[in-house]
Design a protein around this ligand. Structure first.
Ligand code: SAM
Length: 293
């Protein structure tokens, strides 16, 4: 084992030059160069020597070095073939790290958690490529990977959406989907100058503590997520129009209004005013109505 040494702009630039590495915009490559931020991420993730950690997109291995120091074992999945020889070099002093070359969205994470952690819940830690933040988070939840927590650097605006409450401009399908699976809290705000190259927008570290059971009773998850999507597809429309126009539910406007009335929702309410428990109730009552047709 060695001291992590990469969280320093000079070291990062030296590696980039040594390997003649060309940053790829299409892979969302902004490498962290601030040790204080790295420490904040690891503290938020509460990584200990008992933990197996999955890292998504290790880059040149900056956060990986820190994770390897604190965790029992780390597996890092990196899509960019050109980073693999660099990672072999920068991580050679840590024997508890495995690098997998591949696309995280096509990687069998259930198998990794089984092989590396006996199927027990794992911690995911990442400075995410911003272009696929939402698909990565949703696939971690929806593929039912055994998870304890996910701690991520994301675009500030996306972190705000994940932890937003009903009524505000940030509240939407992402807020509800994330809050159905996890308790979300923002652990740090990170300015663009903490990365090479600098992103155009500010970033936040968000910590998602996975619930053992969802906080609301949903009888049909697929229907619940359809109701959420339909309600936010046309933000300016009322809830009943959003549900009707989606074409998902095969119910008349009057039938949809009956469902809403049974849930004590006024006719002119918009989707953005409903809380997570209200969406759960709406989808349960809607499901009953559809099954009786
Ligand atoms: N972890 C490094 C750091 O903090 O300095 C790099 C973070 S950079 C924002 C995102 C990383 O994710 C890049 O290394 C990029 O090549 C990688 N990446 C992008 N898309 C990916 C995908 N679909 N699967 C795995 N890695 C991906």
């Amino acid at each position: 084992m060695a001291e992590p040494y990469l969280a320093d702009p000079k070291e990062t630039l030296a590696i980039v030059r040594q390997y003649d590495f060309a940053f790829q915009k299409r892979f969302g490559q902004n490498f962290l160069i601030d040790p204080k931020v790295l420490k904040r991420i690891l503290d938020a993730a509460e990584v200990t020597k008992d933990d197996f950690v999955l890292e998504i997109g290790p880059g040149i291995g900056t956060m990986t070095q820190f994770l390897a120091e604190r965790a029992r074992e780390v597996t890092a999945v990196e899509i960019d073939h050109n980073l693999i020889p660099i990672l072999k070099e920068t991580l050679k002093d840590w024997s508890n790290v495995e690098i997998i070359e591949g696309d995280i969205l096509k990687t069998d994470l259930n198998r990794i958690s089984q092989e590396k952690n006996g199927g027990r819940p794992i911690k995911v830690v990442a400075n995410l490529p911003y272009y696929i933040t939402t698909p990565i988070i949703m696939s971690l939840f929806e593929d039912h990977v055994p998870l304890e927590s996910i701690t991520l650097m994301v675009q500030k605006e996306v972190a705000d959406r994940m932890q937003a409450s009903p009524g505000g401009k940030d509240y939407g399908a992402l807020s509800l989907s994330v809050q159905y699976y996890a308790k979300a809290s923002i652990a740090a705000l990170v300015p663009p100058n903490c990365f090479i190259p600098r992103p155009k927008v500010g970033s936040s570290v968000i910590h998602l503590e996975k619930y053992k059971e969802p906080p609301v009773d949903v009888r049909d998850e697929a229907l619940f997520f359809k109701v959420i999507r339909a309600s936010f597809n046309q933000r300016r429309k009322t809830l009943v129009n959003g549900l009707k126009n989606s074409g998902f539910f095969m119910l008349s406007r009057d039938e949809l209004l009956e469902v809403m009335e049974a849930c004590h929702l006024p006719e002119n309410i918009r989707g953005e005013a409903l809380s997570l428990p209200q969406f759960a109730e709406l989808s349960n009552v809607l499901g009953e109505k559809i099954s009786k047709r």
